[in-house]
Design a protein around this ligand. Sequence first.
Ligand SMILES: [Zn+2]
Length: 86
Amino acid sequence: MTDEVSEYFHRQYEKSKVRVVPGHWPKFKSKKQVDLWIKLINSMVDDCFTQYLECPRCKNEDIREEQNYCQICGFNLKERNKERGK
Ligand SMILES: [Zn+2]
């Protein structure tokens, strides 16, 4: 990944609501690949991970993917995830 593409990726990444573990980032060869990846990840999040980004009960936005419970109100995020998966 060139510095220019890397910089571009980080800008787009910061703009998106998505947070992916750094080891899971693909090696981008062009800005177009970055755009496609960001778009794909965003649509995946819309489909199944939205509940991790904001607590549906108290609207706490400081939620990490690995959290099972909202730290503010204790809402069970994992349970909700299972329900959505049915
Ligand atoms: Zn909450």
